[in-house]
Design a protein around this ligand. Structure first.
Ligand SMILES: C[S@@+](CC[C@H](N)C(=O)[O-])C[C@H]1O[C@@H](n2cnc3c(N)ncnc32)[C@H](O)[C@@H]1O
Ligand code: SF4
Length: 450
């Protein structure tokens, strides 16, 4: 049987799975690990001075049957209050991180296209007032086809958004209903046309495959249709049954069965091939781009860069200043999670300037574990120069050179190992889940006791 691995979504990658992993591997912060961290993070280092920014808009019009993101259905959103709180928390976290530059911004959700454009303009203005943000910096907004009329998209563009990620999910009317979406295929096509006119070359669509009634032929037909209308970026997600969702309950009630893992793998593989014929490069397991359309923001997550997470339930990873007045840095990267529930989060932001609910200090090994888990999913793989920056000068060769597992995977064509990089081959990607734990073990064994 083919092994197929879970396709993780950006937010999940930086939340549930990695977070569980960190909890398990969490080493208490000691004076020894501070020394390590200083040396790990080296000296003038863009990893300290730059970050990307994730802003979470927590509201949706309707709960989709499959979704367990941090979202709330509200008819009475207090836009003015949310705006003030998002700006205030952005200010606080920029101060605390001491970064001098924000490289990209991502407005995710929830459904950020339900926000008022002036809210995002206010956040972008706040960033520009405090740190460098290049004019052409990537600013992405997630959007749902129900809230993307051309006029509104044009307003978001004026506000500073220059890239759109549209949640099309499927071009099949029945499957849209099954997923509990509140839009039709015609709505998606209309939104997509409007989005392409306004953000030409910078529109991504999200598609979900692996719906219970979907056959390989249905999926191929759907993908063909998508290729007729899409722009230059596609994100593909395998339908995942998440606890607490309507779909999970239906599954438990026996209302449907899941497609076999072989069929899922065939669907994914056929999409990889068809997208490649159409000129798309798979630059990460779930992400395909042609031309110059790779997402800068997502790539920064996968290369271990710092990011600030603002808004209810947002996640961040950055090295805070010890003392914001003197500008001394702690040299320890922290994982931060903001309070989940929007009203509670707003009260905290109003009171303290931020709604950070949990802080976990990350050891060097935690940071490297994240880098390996995300980096192996990318076409560039783990680059030695980047690995050395985060490991304090330890090379990939030093860590994995003696690993029998890595040597075997190299010999059998699942990994490509050179002094410059460690990369999973196309063949390896199909069975990635089966050997990632071995690579992680090799990493942890090397650093054990250090
Ligand atoms: C935060 S959501 C979406 C943005 C927007 N609210 C929308 O739904 O169009 C990001 C993407 O995650 C994907 N997604 C969410 N839950 C999923 C699940 N259980 N299985 C597969 N894909 C999922 C969907 O493709 C969705 O577009
Ligand atoms: S998939 Fe998007 S629109 Fe649907 S509930 Fe989740 S965040 Fe909201």
């Amino acid at each position: 049987m083919k092994r197929f691995y879970q396709i993780l979504l950006p937010q999940q990658r930086t939340s549930s799975k990695l977070h569980e992993f960190q909890k398990e591997n969490f080493k208490r912060y000691t004076s020894n690990s501070l020394k390590e961290a200083k040396c790990l993070n080296g000296h003038p280092n863009p990893l300290e001075e730059e970050a990307t920014l994730y802003i979470h808009w927590p509201y949706c019009q309707k709960r989709c049957h499959y979704c367990n993101f941090n979202k709330y259905i509200s008819q009475n959103v207090d836009h003015g209050r949310m705006r003030k709180c998002l700006v205030r928390e952005t200010e606080t976290l920029l101060n605390l991180s001491g970064v001098k530059k924000i490289k990209s911004i991502f407005f995710g959700g929830g459904t950020p296209s339900l926000a008022e454009p002036k809210t995002f303009a206010a956040v972008i203005d706040c960033v520009r007032a405090k740190v460098a943000l290049e004019d052409e910096a990537e600013v992405t907004m997630e959007a749902n086809p129900t809230s993307t009329e051309a006029a509104l998209l044009a307003e978001f563009k004026v506000a500073g958004v220059n890239r759109l990620s549209l949640g099309v999910q499927t071009f099949n009317e029945d499957l849209l209903k099954f997923l509990g979406r509140n839009h039709s295929v015609a709505d998606s096509l209309r939104s997509l046309e409007a989005a392409k006119n306004i953000f030409r070359g910078r529109v991504s669509i999200d598609l979900i495959f692996g719906n219970p009634t979907q056959t390989l032929d249905m999926w191929s037909t759907e993908l063909e249709g998508a290729l007729q209308v899409c722009d230059d970026h596609v994100s593909l997600y395998q339908l995942t049954l998440e606890r607490g969702t309507a779909l999970f309950k239906m599954y438990e009630n026996g209302d449907f069965t899941q497609p076999s893992s072989d069929l899922m793998a065939d669907m994914y593989q056929s999409a990889v091939e068809r997208l490649s014929e159409a000129g798309f490069q798979r630059y990460e397991v779930s992400n395909f781009a042609r031309g110059n359309s790779k997402s800068v923001h997502n790539q920064s997550y996968w290369s271990g860069a710092q990011y600030l997470g603002v808004g209810p339930g947002a996640h961040g990873r950055f090295m805070p200043l010890h003392n914001i007045y003197s500008g001394t840095r702690s040299f320890v990267r922290e994982a931060r999670i903001q309070t989940l529930e929007p009203d509670g989060w707003m009260c905290e932001v109003e009171k303290y300037g931020h709604g950070t609910r949990k802080i976990t200090r990350l050891s060097k090994v935690d940071v490297l574990n994240e880098l390996v888990l995300t980096g192996l999913r990318t076409s560039e793989g783990l680059e030695n120069s980047n690995f050395e920056q985060l490991s304090g000068g330890v090379s990939l060769h030093e860590v994995f050179g003696d690993s029998m597992v890595v040597q075997d995977l190299d010999r059998t064509g699942f990994l490509e190992v050179t002094p410059e990089y460690l990369r999973v081959t196309d063949r390896g990607l199909i069975v990635l889940d089966s050997f990632v734990p071995d690579i992680i073990n090799a990493l942890n064994k090397y650093f054990a006791g250090s």
